[in-house]
Write a protein that binds this ligand. Sequence first.
Ligand code: NOJ
Length: 476
Amino acid sequence: MTNITRRQFGKVAATTSALAGVSLPEFSLAQSKPENRQFPPGFAWGCATAAYQIEGGVHEGGRGTSNWDIFSHTPGKIANDDTGDVADDSYHLYKEDVRLLKDLGAGAYRMSIAWPRIFPNGKGQPNQAGLDYYKRVLDELLANNIAPYVTLFHWDLPAALAGGWQSRATALAFADYAGYVARQLSDRVRYFMTTNEFSSFTDLGYKTGLLAPGLKLSPAEVNQARHHGILAHGLGVEAIRANAPAAEVGVAENATVGVPVIEDHANMDAARRATREENAPFLTALLEGAYTESYLQGPNAPHVEPGDMKAIGSPLDFVGLNVYTSAYVRADGSERGYAIEPYPASFPRMASPWIYLAPECVYWAVRNVCEIWNPKAVYITENGCSAADVVTAEGRIEDTDRVMYLRNHLTHLERATSEGFPVKGYFLWSLLDNFEWIDGYSKRFGIYHVDFKTQRRIPKLSAEWYRAVIARNAVV
Ligand code: NOJ
């Protein structure tokens, strides 16, 4: 009974003292002190962003065109027909953005490299100006003692790569690009992530058509695009290792997280089964080096060439998990052993309707992944939420809803670290309000508010709160 209030305490103490032989309830007021929700020493605290969402400067430094330039300029695809042409102008303002990280006390920063800045045509001749830009950003981070964690593909695919992820050649081109960047930048970067969120850039791009390139293909074609996505990862891991032997290599994946409806053995087992099955095309294939039998059943299985699965299953130094919400799972006695509960209409959500407020997801993401696959290390590579921020007359943004969301998720993450799961760090999405894909600038995820007319950055309450978390290495 740890959550007892002082008033309740008085009542209970009065009642129990009147009853000889009844002991006081067990609790300690000290348990609510932040020191008791401490993260392990050396825990990496950071923020995450992605190139197309913050950089702007799309025509500068020899950058080639990406699929997202084309998609965002297609009328009707993005809220308010917004584009990433300017975004946060971080292409020019990166020093200021590093200062914002520094002000938080962050020791880590997850950023992505725009493939079309490095290879404007996706392959062939590299672009020195693009590489130099990232060297400047990385040098600025290092000068401020902030460790860069670099994602190589966060959805901005060079448009020159014919067929995009429908083509196996894109996976091969990615490996060349990954190897080149690792060779050029591993003097500055220790942590590399190959790709970000397979299901987002394959399923949402090629199945539902919601994201670039906006296609609605058949199940067999979708499975093939998925296969090329994870093949790119696998070949990318091999290329990074060949070019940067000291690098730590991982992936950032939005795995579906099974949360047991009740924490008993049957439902916890069902949640593990769900986590393995629901991620069969992606994380399960990476961490097992094989597709599950059930995924390969039927006429729509992907075409797999000899050697593909070995590359896809390349051992990783860490697994990065982008976690925003849960899938509640119960044991149902069926052959597959689980059912996913639909969300009731009254389930609370954050400002983006897909973010159901289910903070246990962070704990179960870590625990399921560790219990099923036993990775060396885990990072939360993204966690955060949009909020309907309002700038007050005094210029303040009191985003108590975002703080509530984050605090609850960190509380559950601390449960995972205190139970000994090897979580090494946490990246809050996002440092800044930015281009939120099809929602354009209408959904704000930053802990720094951005005025997109002036590019002025203002810390929100959540930035102040996160600074205290980092300073105390604890949930506050
Ligand atoms: C997932 C993506 O990696 C990131 O780009 C996006 O902005 C956030 N989640 C929020 O939707």
